[in-house]
Design a protein around this ligand. Structure first.
Ligand code: NAP
Length: 532
């Protein structure tokens, strides 16, 4: 019989959200703990160890700001950190702030139930343990539930297969191997150039061509690091006032047709040469109007055609949707990789995949033999990890049932009927449309202040009002529908998961407006919530 463990707060997940949440709660004197399915900290970076994995937000910004000592002492080596370095940083944070002893690793939650008589959440784990808590914080990540491959014949396939989102920690040796990869999203765009260098042959199966901007990866110049460190507090403040939570983003004030064609060409070229996803911030209206968007898209397509030598392959690699509608990728020699003799591209719209067979992938027109197949097919984004935990709130209402028609939340932080439970970067918050760490820090601070307020005011339950949740849901929908992101079949709207209700999940109104609303709610005694 395993004893029950009782805490003021149980945090689920030891990624960047969970670790800062724990640090904050311990600092306020709460009895808090983390439960984490993995055997280490780092969340997404613990799982996604595929070759080439790296962040597309610059290292100096994709890092915690809450401790000046930490940001001054940590040395990032490259402009965009590799996954392994981010993981080292996560481990450093866990050790530096003494978090590790408060984290229960290898602990996967499979039910979370609220008892309204004593306002207690009960979390049960797969290994039969029970945790009880007054508050529960879901720091379970937004891209943490990878889509399992559901291709016909997968079990007949006798080679090795891997998912980018659950990459083996011992690595994969591609030398001398024939490899097939399905998917051309951010993960694949990063993995393909690296795998191609090692493998005997790589075949890429593409369903939708993706826009990608070169990362222009480089060793961080010491003078840039020194300048940022000298101005960190201003940069972090600016990040909280930037739409996407990036302090040093050069966001243009003009609209695209206010400048001459020569001027825009020069601006796009400058951003292409600089590298990274700041490309779409060149003009205010790139994500607002089709006309502006197509000018930016055409620039990228011209670059693809300049890089890729085979005109037919270049044409296939040119996206047909609007730029920025799906998440923009940042790459290192992605398009160049298609000039290699050992790489070929299959358009599965022309030649659909029927499934796998004993030796590889079978398409309508051809059988491909592979030693290794890689599935880079994405995630059940934003809701997958939450739904997997079987959360049951007041009156026995299941979160999965409540969210059948799409996730609805109050501020992306709480769900009505699920009191004392918070989500970090949940649906309805800027989350994946922002620098995740900027958003995480704001959420953690809001949640810890809220729990502290509850404690000081001797309140035992906080629950979002249905009306506030509905109003917020409408607002999230309104701001999303005003952007071009609303229209295409992206994981932002759940279109990559068959049967998932189409709803634009993240908050597209930008960080400043969002933070202002959160602050207003808190300073008005948690307006829109009922406190018991
Ligand atoms: P993704 O963007 O959802 O890409 C999945 C790819 O697999 C798409 O090309 C998709 O095609 C294809 N696909 C899905 N199901 C398929 C099927 N049944 N048959 C054939 N093709 C299929 O997933 P991801 O690449 O893992 O990236 C997800 C997100 O994680 C990114 O958008 C980004 O936010 C984050 N991420 C960030 C970084 C970074 O910081 N640099 C790196 C990796 C990931 P369709 O487009 O046609 O659906």
């Amino acid at each position: 019989m395993v004893a029950e463990k009782k805490f003021d707060v149980v945090v689920v997940g030891a990624g960047f959200g969970g670790m800062y949440m724990l640090h904050k709660l311990l600092g306020l004197g709460f009895n808090a703990t983390i439960v984490e399915a993995a055997s280490g900290v780092g969340g997404t970076w613990w799982w996604n160890r595929y070759p080439g994995a790296r962040c597309d937000v610059e290292s100096l910004e994709y890092s915690y700001s809450f401790s000046d000592e930490l940001q001054q002492e940590w040395e990032w080596s490259q402009k965009f950190s590799e996954g392994a370095e981010i993981l080292q940083y996560a481990n450093h944070v866990a050790d530096r702030f003494g978090l590790r002893n408060h984290i229960n690793f290898n602990t996967k939650i499979n039910s979370v139930t609220y008892d309204e008589s004593d306002h207690i959440w009960t979390l049960k784990t797969l290994n039969g343990e029970t945790y009880k808590a007054n508050y529960c914080v879901m720091a379970t990540g937004t891209l943490s539930d990878p889509n399992e491959p559901k291709f016909n014949g997968l079990h007949d396939y006798q080679g090795d297969w891997y998912m980018t989102g659950k990459w083996p920690h011992e690595g994969v040796d591609f030398k001398g191997k024939t490899v097939g990869i399905i998917g051309t999203g951010s993960s694949a765009v990063q993995a393909i150039p690296v795998i191609a260098k090692d493998a005997k042959h790589l075949t890429v199966f593409q369903r939708t061509a993706n826009y990608s901007i070169p990362a222009n990866q480089q060793v961080l110049p010491p003078e840039e690091v020194a300048e940022v460190k000298a101005n960190y507090s201003q940069i972090r403040q600016d990040a909280r006032l930037d739409q996407a939570g990036i302090g040093r983003r050069n966001r243009a004030e003009s609209r695209i047709f206010e400048v001459s064609p020569e001027e825009r060409e020069a601006e796009f070229q400058k951003r292409w040469d600089k590298g990274g996803t700041g490309f779409t911030a060149a003009y205010k209206d790139i994500l607002e109007t089709d006309e502006a968007n197509s000018v930016a898209a055409e620039f990228v397509k011209r670059q693809i055609k300049k890089i890729v030598k085979d005109p037919e392959v270049a044409e296939l690699l040119c996206p047909t949707n609007t730029i920025g509608c799906k998440r923009l990728c940042a790459d290192t020699e992605y398009f160049e990789t298609y000039n290699r003799d050992n790489v070929n591209l299959i358009d599965i719209n022309q030649n659909p995949i029927e499934g796998l067979y004993q030796k590889g992938i079978r398409t309508e027109n051809q059988d491909f033999e592979f030693d290794i197949v890689i599935f880079a097919i994405g995630f059940d984004a934003m809701t997958g990890a939450l739904k997997a935990m079987n959360i049951v709130g007041k009156d026995g209402v299941e979160l999965n049932k409540k969210w059948e028609d799409g996730p609805i939340t109050y501020l992306g932080l709480t769900v009505s009927g699920f009191p004392n439970l918070f989500t970090i970067t949940g649906p309805g918050s800027p989350s994946v449309l922002s620098n995740m760490i900027t958003s995480i820090e704001q959420h953690v601070e809001w949640i810890s202040e809220c729990i502290n307020y509850m404690h000081e005011q001797q309140k035992v339950e906080i629950d979002a009002d249905i009306q506030s949740e509905e109003d917020w849901g409408e607002h999230v929908e309104d701001v999303a529908s005003a952007t071009l992101r609303y229209g295409c079949n992206s994981w932002y709207v759940g279109a990559n998961v068959p049967g998932k209700r189409r709803i634009f999940m993240p908050y597209a109104g930008g960080i400043p407006k969002y933070n202002e609303k959160c602050d207003e709610v808190a300073t008005n005694g948690y307006k829109g919530f009922t406190l018991v």
